[in-house]
Design a protein around this ligand. Structure first.
Ligand code: A2P
Length: 384
């Protein structure tokens, strides 16, 4: 008997087969094929739509990307990019301080934030001994491979170390934590001196007269450990109290809270008249008020008009007011977003300024009570 010849004929419907499907004899298999086709078309349409939206967004971002879109390392050259917003301000020493910095106070993954910041073009990191994360900041900077002269590092002297004999050791600790030989800027963090080793007991003498502390800071400049020195959280009366002394170096900056709810126009004007650069901390209103700031109708309106984000509107406004701005974020996408400042058209800038100064000021940061002080640090009448 002849062996049975098995004939293998693979099933492969031709295009004609599919086109000639008779609806009446529609099989489950042909239904599956059609379903697959529909899914394929659906995915293709969705992908195309998604890519066009992202593409348009990228184009808008690119066109409105101004000032810091490329890496402008801390050079000694004045840049006026981004529709005229300065990328740097010049200090009395002649050093140029980058106008936008990453603030590093507070919670979260500061190391990752610094890493992201340096990757996307920040050249300025604002820190402090009191933030207890300078080693993390230093490690992230070292890992970036950015040379020391191409990054601006600021730190601050904490309240316990105002006694002249304690200043250098405190500075050395910050230098060692950051892994650097010198700071670009060192600030007196608060105009309040505590007695070392106490539970926030105010040293009345050094608080009323910070000149001995300042003289020690001047010595640190002469030693090459610090390039510029300044103050933080000083109101006008306290600045005058310090600068009434025969200073060798005047304060290069005063770092203060500035935001939509606390725009401090008097302090800003006075500082400009007296050639004192302000740095804006909590520029978005700090964690407590950030959403409220970003949701302000005028901020939303400008963001829409310029196709930028509300945070970019506020950060740009700060630089346009003539201050260094120190937005904090531990969210990589926001860190990148916050560097993209752009000049606001004059009418919109003025509208935002008018809205910010039109309500009673509300300060977010005031540790007076928390520190158990029997006076307000920001009291204009300055009780000491
Ligand atoms: P996060 O760190 O989770 O990104 P300020 O600089 O005024 O102190 O504000 C810091 C607060 O603002 C943080 O809570 C931070 O959140 C948030 N923040 C920073 N940048 C942006 C942004 N571009 N959009 C929204 N929130 C932001």
């Amino acid at each position: 008997m002849a062996p049975i010849q098995w004939q293998y004929k693979p099933f492969a419907p031709s295009e004609d087969d599919e086109e000639n499907i008779d609806i009446g004899s529609y099989t489950p298999k042909s239904r599956t094929t059609r379903f697959k086709k529909l899914v394929f078309v659906f995915i293709a349409v969705c992908t195309t739509l998604y890519l066009s939206v992202r593409g348009t967004q990228a184009l808008v971002r690119f066109l409105s990307k101004p000032c810091h879109s490329t890496h402008h390392w801390h050079s000694k050259v004045n840049h006026t990019l981004g529709g005229g917003l300065p990328t740097h301000f010049t200090l009395p020493s002649g050093d140029k301080i980058p106008s936008v910095a990453l603030g590093t106070a507070g919670r979260g993954e500061v190391g990752l934030a610094v890493k992201t910041a340096l990757e996307v073009g920040y050249t300025h990191v604002d820190g402090a001994w009191a933030y207890r994360n300078e080693d993390e900041v230093g490690k992230a900077w070292k890992a970036s491979g950015i040379p020391r002269d191409q990054i601006w590092l600021t730190s601050k002297l904490w309240n316990f170390f105002h006694a002249p004999e304690d200043v250098e050791a405190a500075l050395d600790e910050s230098l060692s934590n950051l892994g650097t030989e010198y700071l670009d800027l060192y600030l007196i963090h608060w105009p309040i001196a505590f007695k070392k080793g106490t539970d926030n007991v105010v040293d009345l003498e050094l608080t009323a007269n910070p000149y001995p502390t300042w003289k020690k800071l001047e010595e640190m400049v002469d030693k090459g450990k610090v390039r510029n020195i300044g103050i933080s959280n000083f109101n006008i009366a306290r600045v005058k109290n310090l600068t009434a002394n025969p200073l060798k170096y005047k304060p290069a900056v005063n770092q203060v809270e500035l935001n939509f709810f606390n725009p401090q126009p008097e302090l800003l004007n006075w500082a400009k008249e007296n050639d004192l650069l302000l740095e804006a901390y909590s520029p978005l209103g700090s964690t407590r008020q950030v959403q409220e700031s970003l949701n302000q109708p005028i901020v939303q309106e400008i963001a829409k008009t310029l196709a930028i984000t509300p945070a970019q509107v506020i950060i740009s406004w700060h630089v346009q007011r003539g201050t260094v701005v120190l937005p904090k974020s531990v969210t990589p996408s926001r860190v990148e977003e916050n560097l993209q400042v752009t000049a606001l058209p004059q009418d919109l800038f003025e509208k935002l300024e008018a809205a910010a100064v039109s309500h009673p000021p509300a300060r977010v940061v005031n540790p007076s009570k928390g520190w158990g002080l029997d006076f307000d640090i920001f009291d204009d009448e300055w009780p000491l």
